[in-house]
Design a protein. Sequence first.
Length: 421
Amino acid sequence: MMKKNILCIDDVDTNLFTLQSVIEYMAEDKYNVLIAISALEGLKILLKEKIDLILLDVMMPEIDGFECAKIIKSNKKTKDIPIIFVTANNDDQTIETCYNVGGDDYINKPYNPTELLSRMHFHLKSREQDKLIMKEKEYTRSILDSQDNLVLVTDGSLDLTVNNAFLEFFSVTSIEEFSLKHNYLSHTFSEEEGYFSLALVKEQITWTEEVMKRSIEEDLLVKIKQDKKEYIFNLKAKSFSDQYIITLTDITQISQLSLEYKHEASHDSLTQIYNRHMFNRLIDMKMTQAKENANPLVFLLLDIDFFKAVNDNHGHLVGDDILKHLSRLIQSHTRENDLFARWGGEEFVLAFDVDLSKGLEIANHLREYIEKEPFSIAKNITCSFGITQFQENDTLDSMILRADKALYQAKGNGRNQVCHA
């Protein structure tokens, strides 16, 4: 197998030496490592060498990592090369900028070598999958049984022949047996939002014609349930004469990995509720809706009372268990359209589409649930709440300022209570 070329760009020699050492020690048979001591040097290498993936530092003189990524993504030759930012910064602004400038992923310093190599492998594999799908747009598979993809030949109304991969997937021995079980391939497509199905086909045309038309502008995905499992395929159609070759490329695993990375980017790793970055995105939408439709909205900030003492007396593992337990408890008493996230440390935030009086009622119910809940070794804990109602000219910062002031008042008044501002 041909080695992949990995370009590492960092202005610190020791960082480059560490990256090169880790990759060559753990995966020398898979990767060649090229190093650049500046963004400018890295760009010069990109013009000369075939690079498969870039590990890019953020903080560099002259041209920083963000500007370097913009240049790479604006060049036709290099725009499809995956970029993983390797940065010591893990604040929300840095993470958001990494993606906004075209980065495919980021990993924090100091990094776990196994995680780094896993991320590299994932993005290299995803890139290869994209290339395969693009290639399938240009060529019709003529030797069906040489395909790992599911392949069907149809005239749009009658399924004519399939390859062995197709038969194996549906656990049948012939196209006739398949037709007896399912009638047509198109009948196996689940009707779910974001996936192609017969529900999207107009009456006057066949489903294959609809696929041909839609695939010009978008990649079509179908979901098929088989043997109590769900599979996701990329759906392609090629016409020849009065027939069509339909290919289904299994991307279930890649789709699952993508979902997992999206989950990691939007959820707190300890409590598995929304993180601060995701809350900021969602509360912006709620504030816009509240302003446009004159809907009520309240913002709530809560803090665990004497949490430092819990950590000091029982250890951080017990503290972590309390944070997870508290998150599950609060989540069990919120609705689907309520927002709930970890703000940082022992602080949490919530947003409800209700007025202040109803918000105070909800907050007091939550406070009582927490007060009565047994929390393992630490037994009973309490929380203080600060709540405020959205006003027409509010920003998130202004709401946070008022809620924080109310929380400070609740703490000053003896804790385990709800105050509003």
